[in-house]
Design a protein around this ligand. Sequence first.
Ligand code: UD1
Ligand code: MG
Length: 452
Amino acid sequence: MSNKLEAIILAAGSGSRMYSDLPKVLQPLAGRPLLHHVLTTARQLGPAKIHVVIGHQGDKVRESCGDFKEINWVLQEQQLGTGHAVKQALPHCASDCQLLILYGDVPLTSVATLSKLIHLDAAVGLLTVDLDNPDGYGRITRGENGHVQGIVEHKDATRQQREIREISTGIMTLQCRLIQPLLNSLSDDNAQGEYYLTDIVSMAVAEGVIPETVQPTNPIEVQGVNDQSQLNKLERSYQRDLAEGLMKQGTRIMDPARFDLRGTLTAGKDVVIDINALFEGEVVLGDGVMIGANCCIQDTVIGDRTVVHPNSIIDGARIGAQCMIGPFARIRPGTVLDSDVRVGNFVETKNATIGKGSKASHLTYLGDTEVGQEANIGAGTITCNYDGVNKHKTYIGNGAFIGSNVALVAPVEINDNAHIGAGSTITKSVPENALAIGRGRQRNIPDWKKKD
Ligand code: UD1
Ligand code: MG
């Protein structure tokens, strides 16, 4: 029976090649910091503890991980190498545990691959991969019997060793009891003047240990992030996988290379997503929903058969069935649309509830507003909801008809079946079935000529 698992995630490095003020492990992949991906994976393995070694901008890294309350933070004040980093965490680990070493900048290792590594239950288990271009990586050296003898860092390797294509991903399992004394005798007498964790391997071999290895199913799993270009490769590969996953479940994605998901997307049957769609947070699309080109949709639920036309931005909304949105609609947080609602081009809504069958087809702002059923809101209608200090509510009843270019100065109530004449500025509530006109009368002055 294997010992208890504890994960150590190394995240103290500066990531100087990112040329960014943001620590490397906080750079986003699919909208989440790299480190969060690693933590989420680590969690799924059910370790007794997760230790994260921080150093460079450690406070920032820590602050960003509020959702991972179980983390034991370990400070490595000076980044003297991966061996030194693990050594800082060791006093916090149970001496009979199995350690899993992960890197905060290697975000896509799968739970399945790590499970394989853990279940080797080896004193030293290494995740290795064969690369066509192994430059920069530590090489796995093997004896004639095929057993691993050690890891040689690229900068310390001989020309012959540099021919080796099997590299160390850095991810490994180690028996805590075995490595405790070995870490103490690590030396920094090498090309980089660092305490290499990888030196542990040959030291363990010298004590009679035979390291075991597994390889990932997909090399992307062990890809680290050192610069923006590598981060982009991971992003595109990850997005491609997310799109493939949705397509396998029946979603039609017009171009998976122009699809981005930064969160979770749940799609019903026969959903079509046109090009350049961006989904963030938690988005749920009902059956037959169509998302037009260039839409950004965040934290929103959209009902069956609703069509979102191109260039619409939707955030924090609940949208019913068979609605028509956009093109160029901006639906802001707190918007709740019943079924068969039309919110057309250049219409902005915020904190607005709109009843079944109502329409605001063009050029409208509805803020802090409640609209009943089958109301018609003409082009250019604006709810004046803000008096400079407070926000006020507008109420528009069932079947109300608001003419074009109306200013509704809140708080105000337009009751059921009321009509508002075009161009009105409405400052007082309008009773049911009434017609309200609030505009200067037109005067025609005959034979008017411009004076010279
Ligand atoms: C390391 C491995 C190398 C492997 C490669 C895979 C060593 C000595 N080498 O090299 O065999 O092929 O990863 O990508 O381990 N870190 C700390 N504290 C430190 C130093 C590093 O927390 O003092 C963290 C870094 O933030 C990073 C990780 O450890 O997340 C790896 O460090 P890095 O300097 O990138 O090691 P490599 O030279 O890439
Ligand atoms: Mg590295």
